[in-house]
Design a protein around this ligand. Structure first.
Ligand SMILES: [Zn+2]
Length: 126
């Protein structure tokens, strides 16, 4: 199987695009989650092992945090720019606190599949 995989391995860009689309970076198969927060251990189509060693998901955690912070900062800047100089703190918090609380949950699946894709495409392509 390794020979077949090596000869038909998708490009790095394609693997990353598949990861962003919450698909297996190797074969492009979907249905990688039993529930929003529970990823299957292996790809149901090609058998790719998603967590190869303990601590593999640390990168996904970093991606998830970075995505949440990025959305937070963009929304904060947009709201401050739109309301300055009279910045309404309470409505601002009413928008930003849910982003902070729900962002990691919403971004959880894509952060995991994107991390798997980054691992395969960039860090350890073998
Ligand atoms: Zn697969």
């Amino acid at each position: 199987m390794n020979d077949r995989r090596a000869s038909s391995a998708p490009s790095r860009g394609r693997q990353l695009a598949r990861g962003l689309g919450m698909r297996c970076p190797r074969c492009g198969s979907g249905n990688l989650f039993h529930h929003w927060l529970h990823m299957v251990p292996n790809c149901p189509h090609c058998g790719l092992v998603f967590e190869r060693k303990d601590g593999d998901w640390t990168g996904a955690l970093v991606i998830n945090f970075a995505l949440t912070v990025a959305v937070f900062v963009v929304v904060l800047i947009a709201l401050v720019a739109a309301t300055a100089p009279q910045i309404p703190v309470a409505p601002l918090l009413a928008v930003l606190v849910p982003i902070t609380a729900l962002g990691p949950v919403v971004g959880y699946p894509v952060s995991k599949t994107l991390w798997v894709a980054i691992e395969r495409a960039v860090l350890d392509p073998l």
